[in-house]
Design a protein around this ligand. Structure first.
Ligand code: ZN
Length: 56
């Protein structure tokens, strides 16, 4: 059993286990995790989002 219950951030395009998906710097907060001093809602304050990196 794998306990990876990490919820997806709103900015995530797909789950971490999906093919062709990788971490990318959150464009909303530019990797800082905060926007105007407020926790970024796109990445949940992680500064990173999951985006499709495949060209297909
Ligand atoms: Zn962010």
């Amino acid at each position: 059993m794998k306990q990876s219950d990490k919820p997806l951030s709103p900015g995530d395009e797909a789950g971490p286990d999906a093919p062709g998906v990788g971490e990318a710097i959150c464009q909303a907060c530019h990797g800082t995790g905060t926007v105007n001093g407020v926790c970024c809602t796109m990445c949940n304050g992680t500064g990173k989002v999951l985006q499709g990196v495949g060209g297909g």
